[in-house]
Ligand binder design. Structure first.
Ligand SMILES: C[S@@+](CC[C@H](N)C(=O)[O-])C[C@H]1O[C@@H](n2cnc3c(N)ncnc32)[C@H](O)[C@@H]1O
Length: 239
């Protein structure tokens, strides 16, 4: 099973995407995902795929391809699983080969790319960002901000304009991701974000806060209609 490289240019893989993190992420995820929860999650995604008659699905920050495996088992014809990390995709490949028949596995395409900037030559019916993975859009720049403060001259704080610019950069990452998703969906296509609200304190920036208002602003800008929004899920339809 081949892993396609969709990166515009090879970038130095950020330490957040190393094998250790993937393993740790997997290990952290497993105990939280009880059998019943997995079943509820599976039924939820399948119900949406069936409701809109999805033939093609794009799963972003796919990790070990948990969600693509669910869709492939249910007979969805084309599933694209994107992740920034080669290590994640290697784990995904192993899981797919272990869990699925060769015929089902062949319907999944593994792609190395950045969920904040991607484009495909075709449009998808459904896009998913499962299990709190939307947060990863912001992770890298939050680290950048932490680093600024750690290295501040003699412990003095960094000028406010730098803080503001970096803060803005953090929010932009989410905007880029949603824009890329909307560009990749057909009209009437649906996207689902698990845990769309993020609130996290950072030094000198009160909180990184992505809430309902942020999504509603973006809906207008990127032309999508919010079908459901709460702490659990954002479900939106491309207009
Ligand atoms: C919690 S894990 C994936 C969980 C997976 N969605 C699931 O439901 O099982 C988060 C994944 O996001 C990936 N990731 C982080 N930043 C990314 C980015 N900018 N673009 C694509 N993938 C990214 C990491 O490599 C990691 O595999």
């Amino acid at each position: 099973m081949e892993i396609l490289d969709l990166r515009a240019r090879p970038w130095k893989v950020h330490s957040a995407y190393t094998a250790a993190t993937v393993q740790m992420g997997g290990a952290l995820l497993e105990p939280f995902l009880k059998k019943e929860e997995r079943e509820i999650e599976r039924d939820f995604y399948l119900e949406w795929a069936r409701r809109i008659g999805a033939n093609s699905v794009l799963d972003l920050a796919t990790g070990k391809a948990r969600i693509p495996i669910i869709f492939a088992r249910d007979g969805v014809s084309e599933i694209t699983a994107l992740d920034a990390s080669r290590e994640s995709l290697e784990c995904a490949r192993t899981e797919i080969e272990r869990e699925l028949s060769a015929e089902d596995a062949a319907r999944i395409t593994l792609v190395q790319g950045d969920m904040r900037r991607f484009s495909f030559p075709k449009l998808f019916d459904l896009a998913t960002i499962a299990y709190q993975s939307f947060w990863w859009n912001f992770a890298k720049n939050c680290r950048l901000l932490f680093r600024y403060y750690e290295r501040g001259p003699h412990g003095k704080s960094i000028p406010r304009r730098v803080v503001e610019r970096t803060g803005l950069l953090i929010y932009l990452q989410g905007v880029y991701c949603v824009r890329s998703v909307c560009r990749s969906l057909r009209t009437g296509g649906v996207f689902i974000v698990d845990h769309p609200f993020i609130q996290r304190g950072l030094p000198h920036v009160e909180v990184v806060s992505v809430g309902e208002e942020w999504w509603r602003g973006l809906a207008h800008q990127c032309r999508f209609k919010i079908l459901q929004i709460d702490k659990e899920f954002l479900i939106a339809e491309k207009l």
